[in-house]
Design a protein around this ligand. Structure first.
Ligand SMILES: [Zn+2]
Length: 196
């Protein structure tokens, strides 16, 4: 398990860490949490109680309510500013439909910290012409093949706005400690977890 070095209560699990209840018991010792029925949408919901929400981003200013995002190659994004936190699920559809920008809307940029957990990286994330055209400045060409750096728009934005960002090195496709839907069509997911 990775613990964020810039956000106080933010974690990213690997395939070794067990299910969400096991993980929460280990790191927090209570089992309430909010999560999402993720559909690669760009919907972000403001919430204040535990449950399962139809969206791909949730945010709360509630104290002590963990937000959980489930991923296996998509980007798990955890955010904190002042007393607001967010958990976001971002695949290429979500990024293309501006889920990152939508999830920023209520945050104070001056105090915003963003942590990006393990996801499919440009070492392995081969895409076809259609995605290359959607993400021209995020695609690398190597020996006639295209590879996507899906977080590049986020990195560029944070650099431009001077927002503190951490990105973990692990790639879910080539690091066997992580579930990869692309590699194995696994039904399992790892988690990003944040609370305040
Ligand atoms: Zn890789």
């Amino acid at each position: 398990m990775i613990r964020s070095s810039i956000i106080k209560n933010a974690y990213f699990t690997s395939s070794h860490d067990g299910d969400i209840k096991t993980v929460l018991k280990d790191i927090k010792s209570d089992l309430n949490f909010a999560e999402m029925k993720q559909t690669h949408s760009s919907d972000v919901k403001i919430i204040n109680s535990e449950g399962i929400y139809d969206s791909d981003g949730i945010e709360t200013n509630s104290q002590d309510l963990p937000l959980v995002v489930r991923v296996a190659d998509c980007i798990p994004i955890l955010m904190q500013s002042n007393n607001l936190i967010s958990a976001v699920h971002a695949g290429w559809r979500g990024i293309n439909n501006s889920i990152f920008e939508k999830s920023l809307k209520n945050h104070n940029f001056k105090s915003l910290k963003i942590s990006i957990g393990p996801h499919a990286k440009e070492c392995c994330y081969e895409v076809k012409e259609d995605l290359k055209q959607l993400f021209p400045s995020s695609t690398i060409e190597l020996n006639g093949r295209y590879y996507l750096n899906l977080r590049k728009r986020i990195e560029d934005f944070c650099k431009r706005e001077n927002i503190e960002l951490e990105v973990y090195n692990q790639c879910t496709i080539c690091d066997d400690s992580y579930y990869s839907y692309r590699k194995t069509s696994t039904p399992h997911r790892q988690f990003g977890i944040i609370w305040q």
